[in-house]
Write a protein that binds this ligand. Structure first.
Ligand SMILES: Nc1ncnc2c1ncn2[C@@H]1O[C@H](COP(=O)(O)OP(=O)(O)OP(=O)(O)O)[C@@H](O)[C@H]1O
Ligand SMILES: [Mg+2]
Length: 496
């Protein structure tokens, strides 16, 4: 996209030779870049390459070990975060963290007011500004709701609103597109483009390479904390190292010619399942089955009910109707008993033990395996599958990068050697090359073990290639079922 604004000569943000160590790990090494007002710099790189850490260093959330960060010519490296915020930098975090007792409008107002004293003043202009910001990011209709009741995309909008509330000169945006649908990505791209038109300097991180390339003026690629390439999106995506360590090839999208056709009684059988949250119907007469050894994909957008469906199977939410596993009803069984029966869910929210190390999280997953030898073998296999977890084995889970946490959650679920593995949005936040690895791993898993898979995804490019059968869930109901070959023709619009 061409620049709408003539570019001022001096950069607003200048980063020079920035470095950060965590113990023995160099997370960021000698990174330098400049961003002018009205310019968007994309920052790409594999999971754990240091992108979020760069943002935290600029924002003062982590203190750099070396290097310089200048905002409009003033050195700010090492300043406390609140001072950096006041000086004119705003950040949109990788994960939403609103205040849940306050309404959306109150959340925006709090972001507008720099210190607690001012919060006591019910200033009209603050109210007006907060309304204007809410309207700008598309939250007008939900200003009086509490964040907990908002759909995922609106929570992300709230983070954008908070980041720009104090009219920052520089906006740092970490993974705004993760988990959004295609139309939502388009809407968010426009909002971020709006920051550029305001004349702000924008630093954008996301694994949605296409959308990043369409939006940015330049791209900087990192790998293992270091500079790899910088240039236009096209130049950087052509770079050999970037292709090898980040983009990878492409997930094969051809549909398998030989589908596993299954007859007889299914292993998992859901019939007429309803789930109510208060008055809201989260699942409406859902019937779905999975045969032993089958790979079933459940495709649905945010809020369609995928996680609720999985939680019903795992015993985490009450339901009416029936769910049976190998002929026995799951009704009334505890989540622990269901897991012992071989159904393991890898939740979207990951549910890792943050203060425990990577290795301890994996060991917990393996504790029900019969022998130490079986545990060791499974662990070896998983560490080969996700080598980064081997390198990070002693690190507390909460300090892993977004994508590393996702890999750990998947690995921990596999550590339990499930009979039925339920994966809820496993692709969230993973670099393209890791998606490809995960895709291969699932394929291998099917070829070499008797595992049965139920995969929930809105990323159909990932969900379709290996699936034997596909269900589409929309607004709490199954609206389509069939083999993946027919999906594109019959259901493609809106998903592909
Ligand atoms: N507090 C910490 N202690 C130890 N290691 C850390 C800490 N914070 C981050 N790291 C490590 O530093 C590396 C860079 O992490 P960072 O979050 O910057 O990656 P990222 O590029 O944003 O990855 P992703 O795309 O997965 O979000 C990771 O390997 C991570 O495990
Ligand atoms: Mg990150």
């Amino acid at each position: 996209m061409p620049n709408a604004v003539p570019m001022p000569a001096d950069p607003i943000l200048e980063v020079d030779q920035l470095s950060k160590r965590f113990g023995g790990l160099v997370a960021v090494k000698d990174i330098s870049f400049r961003i002018r007002g009205g310019e968007i710099l994309g920052l790409i790189g594999p999971n754990g390459s240091g992108k979020s850490t760069v943002m935290k260093l600029v924002m003062g959330i982590e203190k750099p070990n070396a290097g310089s960060v200048k905002l409009a010519g003033t050195e700010i490296a090492g300043w406390p975060t609140h001072r950096i915020a006041r000086a004119g930098i705003g950040i949109v975090f990788q994960h939403s963290r609103p205040l849940h007792r306050q309404t959306v409008l109150e959340n925006i107002k709090l972001a507008l007011l720099p210190d607690s004293l001012l919060r006591l003043v019910a200033d009209r202009s603050v109210d007006r500004t907060a309304h204007a910001i809410g309207e700008r990011v598309g939250l007008s209709d939900v200003l009086n709701r509490r964040p907990a009741t908002l759909p995922f995309a609106d929570l992300r909008r709230l983070e954008l609103a908070k980041a720009v509330a104090r009219d920052p000169k520089v906006v740092l945006v970490d993974e705004p597109f993760a988990g959004l649908t295609a139309p939502e990505v388009a809407a968010f791209s426009e909002l971020i483009d709006g920051f550029r038109k305001d004349g702000r300097a924008v630093l954008l991180v996301d694994h949605n390479v296409k959308s990043v390339a369409a939006l940015v003026d330049r791209v900087l690629a990192m790998y293992l904390g270091e500079y790899v390439a910088e240039g236009t999106a096209e130049e950087v995506m052509r770079d050999e190292t970037v292709r090898r360590v980040y983009l990878g090839g492409h997930i094969e999208t051809h549909v398998r010619t030989k589908l596993n056709v299954h007859e007889g009684a299914p292993a998992l059988d859901m019939r007429g399942v309803n789930v109510l949250y208060g008055k809201a119907q989260a699942l409406d007469q859902v019937s779905l089955h999975v045969h032993e050894g089958e790979f079933v994909s459940l495709v649905g957008l945010n809020g369609a009910g995928k996680t609720t469906l999985f939680n019903a199977i795992s015993g985490l939410v009450p339901f009416s109707g029936d769910i049976s596993w190998n002929g026995a009803s799951l009704r009334g069984r505890t989540p622990a008993a269901i897991a012992r029966g071989g159904i393991v869910q890898c939740p979207e929210s990951r549910e890792l033990f943050g203060d425990m190390s990577v290795r301890e999280n994996l060991d917990l997953g393996g504790q029900h395996l019969p022998t130490a030898a079986a545990r060791a073998k499974q662990l070896d296999w998983l560490l080969e599958l996700f080598p980064i977890l081997s390198e990070r084995h002693a690190q507390p889970a909460r300090t892993l990068s977004g994508g590393e946490q996702q890999m750990l959650a998947i690995a921990r679920a596999l550590m339990m050697q499930p009979k039925l593995l339920i994966l809820d949005e496993p692709t969230l936040g993973l670099a393209p090359v890791i998606l490809e690895q995960l895709s291969k791993a699932l394929h291998l898993l099917r070829e070499t073990t008797p595992i049965t898979l139920l995969l929930g995804e809105q990323n159909v490019t990932f969900a379709l290639p290996h699936a034997d059968r596909v269900y589409v869930l929309e607004h709490a109901r199954i609206v389509w079922e069939g083999d993946p070959g027919r999906f594109a023709a019959e259901m493609g619009t809106g998903y592909l």
